[in-house]
Design a binder for this molecule. Structure first.
Ligand code: 5GP
Ligand code: ZN
Length: 132
């Protein structure tokens, strides 16, 4: 059984912040930033490609609830929501989860690594491939 299924089943401990019939949310064991937590569907699915719509809805709803909690209790005003699906994307626990990552002025995290002129020819080709 995977580590998140064990947390869901209560076999190993976690600092749970929110839970309902579909999802649970607990503090990430390594706090990338203060308040970093994970929203996890109670059904074992590996990644975004396996996530049923009903669980996708519940995961996002829980992320909203927990974001408000972080705001109320820690004064958090800035948050990234992040999912790593697939090893190539950095997924290390193969049970879908959404990171709720509070952001702080001095946290030195920067997702804005792409900085170039837009290539409209490539965008046209890509859009055609995606829509035809
Ligand atoms: P990923 O890299 O798959 O997107 O994220 C996995 C996350 O799970 C990591 O941020 C890691 O710190 C967290 N994690 C791994 N094992 C445990 C655990 O046993 N308990 C908790 N609370 N978090 C864990
Ligand atoms: Zn699992």
């Amino acid at each position: 059984m995977c580590i998140f299924c064990k947390i869901i089943n209560g076999e190993i401990p976690a600092y749970k912040l929110y839970e309902n019939g579909f999802v649970t949310c607990f503090l990430d064991i390594s706090q990338a930033t203060k308040g970093h937590c994970l929203v996890v569907p109670k059904k074992h699915v590996q990644d975004i490609f396996e996530l049923p719509e009903v669980y996708a809805e519940e995961v996002m709803k829980a992320a909203v609830v927990v974001s408000h909690l972080l705001k109320e209790k820690l004064g958090v005003t800035d948050i990234n929501l992040l999912n790593n699906s697939g090893v190539g994307a950095g997924q290390t626990v193969m049970h879908f989860h959404l990171h709720v990552l509070p952001r702080y002025a001095d946290d030195e995290i920067d997702f804005h690594q792409v900085d170039h002129e837009p290539n409209f020819a490539e965008l046209e080709k890509l859009y055609a491939k995606l829509t035809q």
